[in-house]
Design a protein around this ligand. Sequence first.
Ligand code: NAD
Length: 457
Amino acid sequence: MPTLKIHNPATGALLVEPNADDAASVAAKAAAARAAQPAWASVPLAEKLAVVQRFRAGVVAELDALATTLTMEMGKPIAQARNELNGLLPRIDFFLEQTEASIRDEHVFDGGGMHEQITHIPLGVVANISAWNYPWFVGCNVIVPALLTGNAVLYKPSEHATLTGQHITRLLHAAGVPAAVMQCLVGAGEVGSALLAQRLDGVFFTGSHATGVRIAQAVAPKLLKLQLELGGKDPVYVRADADPLSAAEGLADGAMYNTGQSCCSVERIYVHESLHDAFVERFVATVKGMRMGDPLQGDTYIGAVTRAPQLAVLQAQVDDAVAKGATLHCGGRSRPGPGHWFEPTVLTGVNHTMEVMREESFGPIIGIQKVRGDDEAIALMNDTRYGLTAGVYTRDEAKARELLAQVNAGTVYWNCCDRVSPRLPWSGHGDSGVGLTLSTYGIQAFTRPKAWHLRQP
Ligand code: NAD
C-alpha cells in the first residue's frame, strides 16, 4: 500500500506516514459514495442541520488541538491557526441559517390550469480537491453546503494539509454523516487525478492556476459542473487623500498574514507619489516588527513557507526585481533550515517588467510602486491575467466606488483587504477561476434547478 510522508515545514521532521489511496481504493470509495448518496439526499434538512451543528460543536471542543495540528503540518503561526478555526464558526452558522431558504421550492406561476415550480436537487457525488493554505476554510466552504444540500463528498485535501483533512472527515462522521457519504482521499496529485477518473457530478477545486487548467482539461469530456478557485495577484491602490500610516499598517498585515500564503494576500501595492515615502517608511517598520520563527509560539507572526519549492520561486522574483533596478528594504532571502523560511521582503521602485508584479508570489514578499494618479493606478491594477480581489484606500467613498467599479476582480475592498465574508460570493475573474463559493449562491452551487410544468387534469 502506498504511503504519504507528512513533514513539518518549520522543522523538516517527519510527522507521520499514513497510508495513501491508490487507483483501486479511490474507485471503491467513489462507488460507495454513489451508492450512499440517495439515502443521504432523502434525510430531512432539519436532521442534516443538526449533524452540521454537532460538527461545529466538535470543532469548538477540539479547537486548540486542531490548531496545533494545522500549525505542525503547514507551518501557520498558531495564533493564525486559531483565527482560522474561530473564523470557520460564523461560516458554518451562515450555512446553517441560509440553506433552507436557498433551496426551498419556488412556485413561480399559477394560471390557466398550469402550475410552474422550481426544485433544487443535489448534484449527486461531488469531488472536492483542495489547497493547504486555509484548509478549514476552503475545505468547509465546499463540504458543508454540499452535505447540507444532499450530496456525497469525495474530499482530497492537499498533501500538505492531510491531517487537517482527516480531522474534518472524522468530526463529520462523529457528528452523524454516514461514512460513505463523506470520504477523505489521502495522497498528492496522482490521487486527485485518480479521483477525476471516477463518475462524478461535480468537481470543486481550490488551488493553483496550473493545476486548475489540468483539471479542466481532464474533466472536459465528462460535461460536469466544474468550479475552480485559483490564484491571484491582488492589487491595492493608496490614493493621495488616504492616511498613509494606517494604510501601511493594514496593508503590511494583508501582505504578510499567513506568511503571504493567502489567495487574497495583497500582492501589489500602488501608492500615490505624494504619500509614497511616508507609506514605505511605516510599511517597512511594520514588517520589521513582525516576529518570524517557531510557529508554535503565540507571538510568531511569520511562519514557515509550507512548500520547499516555493523558496526558489520567491528568490527568483526578488533577484529579478533587484536586477532590474528595484530597491530591497528588508529580507530578500531564505533562511537556512531546518525547515523552509523566507524573510519578509519589501521591494520598492518596482514596475510591470518584473515578475514580482506579474506572477503570484504566494509568500512573504511585496512590491510597492509609485503612481501619479487614479488613471495610472487603475491601468496597472487591471494589467494582470488574474482577478481575485482588489482594493482602494481613500477618504472619498464616491471615488472609491467609482474606481472599484472599473477594476476587474471578483471581490473589491474599500479601506480594507484580505477579508472574506460568508455572506458574499467568493469568485475570481480571468485566470483566478470560474464559479464561486460562499453566499447563498455558494449554497445553490451544489444543486441543480429542476423545472416543473404541472397541468391539472
Ligand atoms: P496546487 O494546485 O498545487 O494543489 C491543489 C490540489 O490539487 C492539491 O490537493 C493537489 O494534490 C491537487 N492536485 C495536484 N495536481 C493534480 C492533478 N493533476 N489532478 C488532480 N489534483 C491535483 O495548489 P496549492 O499549492 O495546494 O494551493 C495554492 C494555490 O491555491 C495558490 O495559487 C492560491 O492562490 C490558490 N488558492 C486559491 C483560493 C481561492 O479561493 N481562489 C483559496 C486558497 C488557495
